[in-house]
Design a protein around this ligand. Sequence first.
Ligand code: SF4
Length: 333
Amino acid sequence: MEIDDFIQKSRDAEPFSREELVEMLSFPSDSPESYALMAEANRISKELTDNKAEIHAQFALNLAPCSGNCSFCSFAKKNGIFQQETEISVDDAVSSAQQFEQDGANAIFIMTTAKYSFGKFIENSQEVRKKLRPETTLIANIGDQSLENAKKLKETGFAGVYHALRLREGIDSNLSPENRKTSIQNFQEAGLGVGTCVEPIGPEHTPEEIAELILFTGSFNPSYSGAARRISIPGTEMASLGMISELRMSQIVAVTRIGVSRRVMGNCTHEPCTLGSLAGANLFWAEVGANPRDVKERTEEGRGESVKSCRNIFNESGWDIWGRPSRYYGHHA
Ligand code: SF4
């Protein structure tokens, strides 16, 4: 198909096949075709949001060597980056959440490693929830869960979760792809919004694999989809495979926006960058504390962006910021 035909089909909001997504992903990133796709994705994202992007902000309750052993993650036991488990106090959790609220984050994420006690997660989250404004959107970023646990998350006051079937799940991780999918169903059945992403993309991933995952993310009507590249953790086996450029990531962000239904308003990228926000990303993350892409215990001293710096990146590329609780997670107040 010629690029003009792709753009016309997108303007007509018609669904794209796997083969068409593969074609779009196979254009050289630095080509007029890819730039045309980025412009189209940008147009769609702005139209859906009235040019108002969102910034979500995440802090971690713990940092621990994790037996999930995802090769791309700094917490993976086998990567040997962190030797000991550390946890933040409930007071620190509350103050991180309140700081994000004050900074104007549209949603606040509480993250743990996959093996963190669910009971303790609920107890800490209840304390955080009590100290936040009732309308503030609270999101969980935790391991696979049963339907019963998903319902407990909902009762605790979470509006949703972040959950992804990652590229080569079960090969580059010890997690079962089926469990990831079942958890997504459980969360949705419990009434939680599920934000997701095509991640973590490395140079070895083929257009076919990426297209497959774009279609999967769009298949369950998520709160948002998007695309994020893998960040190399120095000294790990996976680091030897290298990283894709921001430009390639932005091309994939664009194809994800074009390939996912317009019912899905949000399209994320990570890490935040102006190229991504030009290519249809309308969601960035700010982070404090432990971060699976960082070797610093406090990512605010390393790779992590703040709500303010995310806002600047969006503003630099012509975006305004939504000023209320997240629309992507179903708040339209
Ligand atoms: S991505 Fe999650 S499950 Fe995998 S090693 Fe990191 S913390 Fe564990």
